[in-house]
Design a protein around this ligand. Sequence first.
Ligand SMILES: O=C(O)[C@H]1O[C@H](OP(=O)(O)OP(=O)(O)OC[C@H]2O[C@@H](n3ccc(=O)[nH]c3=O)[C@H](O)[C@@H]2O)[C@H](O)[C@@H](O)[C@H]1O
Length: 430
Amino acid sequence: MRGLEEEFIPSTPGKFKDKTYYSSNRQFHRCFASTSTMFLWALFLLALTASYLSFQSFMDSGTRYLSSTGSLHWEKQVRDSAQIHRVNGMSVLVTGAAGFVGSHVSIALKKRGDGVVGIDNFNNYYDPSLKKARKNLLNLQNVYLIEGDINDVRMLTKLFDIVAFTHVMHLAAQAGVRYAMENPKSYVHSNIAGLVTLLEACKNANPQPAIVWASSSSVYGLNEKVPFSESDRTDQPASLYAATKKAGEEITHTYNHIYGLSITGLRFFTVYGPWGRPDMAYFSFTRNILQGKPITVYRGKNRVDLARDFTYIDDIVKGCVGSLDTAGKSTGSGGKKRAPAMFRIFNLGNTSPVTVPMMVAMLEKHLKVKAKKHVLDMPGNGDVPFTHANISLAHKELGYKPTTNLQTGLGKFVRWYLSYYGYSQEKSIK
Ligand SMILES: O=C(O)[C@H]1O[C@H](OP(=O)(O)OP(=O)(O)OC[C@H]2O[C@@H](n3ccc(=O)[nH]c3=O)[C@H](O)[C@@H]2O)[C@H](O)[C@@H](O)[C@H]1O
């Protein structure tokens, strides 16, 4: 049986010590002085390491306590950011707040005195450094941005526990039409599972917030009737992205019907502008043109050019804010509907489609560089040949009236791009 002292001696030094002891008593005496000194040093170092480690863990847990989700410091930041600073203002939870539309809407709301709290999961679908830069913009406007996923039930529950949000502006999504063929699950994760998780949290909240959320022009899919009206058929999606957005419209309808959530779905038409998404054609074309790289321009059946109802970001922001301002209250409480609640869907487009080659020509003019174009027949990747919004409903109900044409909007985008990526005018415009 091993003795108690032996039990407490760390295995390796213990073994070493035992060997030395039994091998020679004389050697033991000779070495006694130096061994005991070493032992004392070892003890000293051990104590030093232990105290360093416990100090580290104390510091770590202290930092976690201060900044992690649910900590007192976190709660204070959330509450401060949600604070309303105008009469009849609203307190809005913006999901996808580090995204293109999310960051613009958050800033617009905060600037007019509404309370805004943002959430974003900072995924790497495109360069997260651009999302971090947008986060810095939000910081400057005192918008607190939580790094979190809308699938995180605990985080959402906590948020609704500490703030009585009047509205949710739901913009977090897996965007992009063609990427759905590469990573279908990410669309299900964000656009279906994430949406349901968020709606569950909203339905359980007391008071329930009114919800405005981003659907997409892509729900019109293979619809050929132009311009696209909200009452047109949307049961022929051409991509999984479109299918998840269409599913979102049905899912939100269910939550409106059963739980009394006030819902406004916005069908955005190819939104572009400063701080935009690098995966979109106008953005990646600009990058390639400036770098002297070729761009691929898709062409439709029978060599017909593809066209989009490109819509400038400031117009979209006005449509989002108008939707929040006109949204009726949710009617449920305690997870039960008390009365019928508002359910709306609006097109937010520009009503003047432009072909992709024309868009490229505008970029060439602004950049003063000729693009190296590869024209390719549109692959079967989920694209639709054209989009064109009828916006009369949004005009009537929201006062929505886009004012920026593509030529002007691309000019503003190019100016931002050159400045953000550090191009001097001389360097880019040869
Ligand atoms: O309205 C929407 O609901 C969607 O708008 C946007 O989708 P799209 O309209 O497809 O925009 P975008 O990719 O810029 O392609 C524009 C055009 O360039 C063509 N295109 C594209 C890439 C390329 O390399 N070559 C090319 O010709 C392409 O064939 C197309 O004709 C959002 O990305 C999407 O998230 C969603 O919000």
